[in-house]
Design a binder for this molecule. Structure first.
Ligand code: SLL
Length: 172
């Protein structure tokens, strides 16, 4: 296996979440099992060429040729908190009532010869405020404000990549 020494190649990603206040119908559906849930949210890792809310099936934003698995580790209050996603869209949608840190682990395709990387995203449910001070508005007010978005841009950098992996990256 030949490494291309001195070469750094990177791929842009975004990761984060969108959260929406449950509508009356959704709350009704959860009344028996999770009456305390107030929001539905989606946490995701996507190629940066895609918009946060966009569904991905192939194309320039497909990151599955170099990402084998994304593991989202949710709060222990969730059943099976460690969620493995093995194909795009790399995302988890859930309902809940609280914000927490989500551990995100990216496992690369075997060809990459790269160790998995782990980082965190703070699941954001409550609206951004002008002061930055946390402030949780009443749920009807939050509902009127609309979806909350919290997304970060980052770059996955591959140093001295294997020639075969470089070929894979370049072919997309
Ligand atoms: C808090 N640190 O105490 C946070 C924990 C936990 C969020 C938030 C529901 C899980 C379920 C849920 O939203 N958990 O019922 O399945 O505020």
């Amino acid at each position: 296996r030949v490494r291309v020494r001195g070469l750094n190649i990177y791929r842009p990603i975004i990761y984060g979440n969108t959260a929406t206040v449950l509508n009356p119908k959704q709350r009704e559906a959860l009344a028996a099992t999770a009456p305390d849930h107030t929001h539905t949210w989606t946490v995701a890792v996507r190629g940066a060429a895609s918009a946060p809310d966009q569904d991905i099936v192939g194309g320039a934003d497909d990151i599955s040729h170099f990402i084998k698995r994304v593991t989202f580790k949710l709060h222990d209050t969730y059943p099976n908190p460690s969620r493995n996603i093995d194909k795009p869209p790399f995302e988890v949608t859930e309902t809940g009532w609280g914000e927490f840190e989500i551990q995100i682990r990216i496992t690369f395709v075997p060809d990459a010869g790269e160790k998995p990387i782990t980082f965190y995203h703070h699941l954001k449910l409550h609206p951004w405020t002008a002061t930055g001070e946390p402030e949780i508005p009443p749920i009807d007010v939050a509902a009127k404000l609309g979806p909350v978005h919290s997304w970060q841009y980052d770059e996955l950098v591959f140093n001295d990549p294997f020639q075969t992996f470089l070929n894979t990256l370049m072919a997309h």
